[in-house]
Design a protein around this ligand. Structure first.
Ligand SMILES: Cc1ncc(COP(=O)(O)O)c(C=O)c1O
Length: 337
């Protein structure tokens, strides 16, 4: 920040920091293209638009996801189709994707949520077989590994967020990454309105660059902390840790299911009283009117996730040993583990 201040970049439309950050993001993900933008929310819309799907085409997404993703599909002139989550997880149920596909379906928007990872190899195989294009939303999981590839490198295009609560943060910001030159080109054209309409600033790029060098080490430390937390709640009948996903996750808002959703407000309040940053998960889309979207089945897992998810915000995972131990003890006591 001081360097960007000293050299005047802070007050300029264009400077060295945004292009450098885009090059660093691309290199980190081993993809040729990264385009920064104002938020993860707009990154998802840019990514969808860059796929160039037919007007009004159907896009599958999990019935439990970040609210803006449903809206992004609509904003891009496309139609959301809700698919349930796999049991006891926050990942789209790959067993239900194929049955959801109709001749109108042209895309899938898939997110990695709450420290869980979507089954990208399987999703890409289904997508290829059915000629669908995939947006991979990695806003919550920069640096996670799925097989031997980073989250965000599986889909035709992927999104990242640098919002104020995220693992890489500039307060606001996002990016679209892709290996496809045509997608990069269309994304740029959509953003270009005589000027970049949804830009990341020089100052934001300057504060992000140094964070990337630390991301892998931070992810490792967070993973070790989550393993301890999971262990501490392992024997709880009403505080349920989903089985760890395959691959190396990145933990942003670490999720649990409460066996009794009716206890969620009181549980969260007790933890917050103890200065532990927990939140309810997303509200999900299962209750949205059928005039807005097509629903595949009754979506029981997504409904449950919307009612029963609690998430722990990541900063405590990098806190001091004493603070982490205190958090684990409080959660374990509350979980009766
Ligand atoms: C899965 C997912 N996608 C997209 C976003 C949007 O990111 P931003 O807050 O940068 O708009 C979020 C934010 O929490 C998210 O969790």
């Amino acid at each position: 920040m001081l360097a960007a201040y000293a050299d005047g970049s802070w007050g300029k439309y264009h400077g060295a920091y945004v292009p450098r950050w885009e090059a660093e993001l691309a290199a980190y993900h081993a993809v040729p293209h990264a385009l920064t933008c104002a938020s993860g929310t707009i990154a998802v819309e840019i990514a969808l638009r860059a796929l160039n799907l037919p007007e009004n085409a159907e896009v599958l997404l999990a019935a439990y996801d970040f609210a803006g993703n449903f809206r992004a599909i609509q904003a891009a002139g496309l139609r959301p189709v809700l698919v349930d989550l796999a049991p006891d997880s926050w990942r789209i149920d790959t067993a239900q994707i194929e049955a959801a596909i109709t001749p109108e379906t042209h895309g899938i928007l898939v997110s990695h949520l709450h420290g869980d990872l979507a089954e990208m190899p399987k999703i890409m195989e289904i997508a290829e077989r059915n000629q669908l294009q995939v947006v991979e939303d990695a806003c919550q999981s920069p640096g996670a590994m799925i097989g031997d590839r980073k989250a965000g490198t599986w889909g035709d295009v992927a999104t990242l967020s640098f919002g104020g609560s995220k693992l890489l943060t500039a307060g606001r910001g996002g990016a679209v990454i892709t290996s496809r030159a045509d997608i990069q080109q269309r994304a740029k054209i959509f953003c270009e309105r005589g000027n970049h309409a949804f830009p990341l600033s020089e100052l934001q790029a300057a504060v992000l660059s140094p964070q990337l060098a630390k991301l892998d080490a931070w992810n490792q430390r967070r993973t070790a902390a989550v393993a301890r937390l999971r262990d501490a709640t392992r024997n709880s009948a009403f505080w349920i840790s989903p089985a760890p996903c395959e691959g190396n996750a990145a933990y942003y808002k670490v999720g649990w299911f409460l066996a009794d959703p009716a206890t969620r407000a009181a549980t969260s309040a007790r933890l917050r009283e103890a200065s532990i940053a927990v939140d309810a998960g997303f509200r999900g889309f299962a209750r949205r009117p059928s005039t807005w979207c097509r629903k595949v089945g009754a979506l029981p897992q997504a409904r449950r996730a919307a009612e029963a998810t609690v998430t722990l915000h990541h900063p405590v995972l990098l806190a001091s040993e004493a603070e982490l131990t205190r958090t684990i003890d409080v959660i374990a006591a509350l979980a009766g583990a």
